[in-house]
Design a protein around this ligand. Structure first.
Ligand code: 13P
Ligand code: SF4
Length: 304
C-alpha cells in the first residue's frame, strides 16, 4: 500500500461515514491533504462551530478536540491519537487558578485556548495567538490576568500599554527551546532572510523578529512578502508547508529542535483507523464543564 492508497481509502471512508476532518497546520502534509479544514487554533474553532457532519475527527491535540466537542455537543468528536496532549494546556489547573484569582479579584481572566476545558470554566474569555490582541483590546477591562503563556501575554501587554497585565510562569516547551543565540546563528547563515516568529517563543527571540504572528499569520506574511528567503521560528512543519506552497521562495527552520512531539503523534494510519471506527478517542465532557467552557469560547468567537 502507498501513502496515496491510504489517503484514497480515508477519502472514501470519511464520505461513507459522514466524517469531517479538521487538521491543525502543525500536522504533516499527508494529513493536511485529506482534511476538510486546516488552519490555526482560531480558524479550527470557527470551522468546528459550523461543521454539519455527524462525526468530527480532530487531528491536533486534546484541547482542540475538547473545543470542538464544546462547540458541537451533539456530534461525535474524535481525537485522532489519544496520547496527543499539549504540555502547556496541562500546566495549570482549575484549583491553582481559582487561588490566583483570589489574589487578583478585580482582574479579568484571559485564557489562551491551550488550556483544559475544566480550567476554562473559571476564566472569562479565551484567546488564540491570532485573536489575542484584538480580543484583549476590545475587552471592557483594563486589568487582565493572562494565562498560561507568559510569552504570548508579554507580547500582547507590550502592544496594549494602557492595560495592566499580570502574567504567570507558563508556556510552550517546544517554542521555548529557541534562543536569541539560535536567531544570531540563523541570521549569519541566511543574512538576506526575514525572520518570522510565533509569539509563544521567548521574548529575547520575539524581539529580533521581522514579523510576529500565529501559524496562519506567518504563512500569509511569507506568501504576500516580496522577500525570497525566510527563517521560520515556529513548529518545523510550517517550514515544509511553506516550501510546498511557495516553491520559488526559500524557508529555513530557526532550530532543528522546534518539533512538537504531541502534534506529531498523529499518523496517517491513525486517521485511517479513526475513519474505520477503530482508533482515536471519543471525547466526552461533563455537562457543567461544557457549559462553563463554552461561555469562554463563545466570547472569543464573538470578540475575535
Ligand atoms: P496557533 O494555532 O494559534 O498559531 O497556535 C500554535 C500552537 O501551538 C497550537 O497548539
Ligand atoms: Fe502545545 Fe506547544 Fe505543541 Fe502547541 S506547539 S501543541 S502549545 S506543546
Amino acid at each position: 500500500m502507498t501513502i496515496k492508497d491510504i489517503q484514497d481509502e480515508i477519502l472514501r471512508l470519511k464520505k461513507e461515514n459522514d466524517i469531517c476532518i479538521l487538521a491543525h497546520c502543525y500536522q504533516s502534509p499527508e494529513i493536511l491533504e485529506v482534511a476538510d479544514y486546516t488552519g490555526d487554533s482560531f480558524g479550527l474553532s470557527v470551522s468546528a462551530s459550523k461543521v454539519e457532519n455527524k462525526t468530527v475527527l480532530m487531528c491536533g491535540v486534546r484541547f482542540m478536540a475538547e473545543t470542538c466537542k464544546i462547540l458541537s455537543p451533539d456530534k461525535k468528536v474524535i481525537l485522532s491519537n489519544a496520547s496527543a496532549g499539549c504540555p502547556m494546556a496541562e500546566m495549570m489547573d482549575k484549583d491553582v487558578i481559582s487561588e490566583v484569582k483570589k489574589q487578583f479579584p478585580d482582574y479579568t481572566v484571559v485564557a489562551y485556548i491551550n488550556t483544559t476545558s475544566e480550567l476554562k470554566t473559571v476564566c472569562d474569555v479565551c484567546v488564540t495567538s491570532s485573536s489575542a490582541l484584538k480580543i484583549c483590546s476590545r475587552l471592557d477591562a483594563d486589568k487582565i490576568l493572562f494565562i498560561p503563556d507568559c510569552n504570548l501575554g508579554a507580547w500582547i501587554a507590550k502592544q496594549l500599554p494602557e492595560k495592566e497585565f499580570k502574567l504567570l510562569n507558563g508556556g510552550c516547551p517546544t517554542h521555548a527551546r529557541m534562543s536569541a543565540d539560535d536567531v544570531k546563528k540563523a541570521k549569519e547563515a541566511h543574512p538576506e532572510a526575514l525572520f518570522l516568529v510565533h509569539p509563544e517563543c521567548r521574548q529575547e527571540v520575539v524581539e529580533l523578529a521581522d514579523y510576529v504572528g500565529s501559524t496562519t499569520g506567518i504563512m500569509k506574511f511569507a506568501g504576500e512578502s516580496n522577500a525570497r528567503e525566510f527563517i521560520i521560528g515556529t513548529e518545523n512543519s510550517i517550514v515544509t508547508h511553506l516550501q510546498l506552497e511557495y516553491p520559488d521562495k526559500c524557508f529555513y527552520p530557526l532550530s532543528k529542535d522546534c518539533i512538537c512531539h504531541n502534534m506529531k503523534a498523529t499518523t496517517l494510519v491513525d486517521v485511517l483507523n479513526c475513519c474505520k471506527g477503530v482508533g482515536g478517542e471519543v471525547i466526552e465532557l461533563e455537562s457543567d464543564v461544557m457549559q462553563g467552557a463554552k461561555r469562554c469560547i463563545d466570547k472569543m468567537i464573538e470578540l475575535g
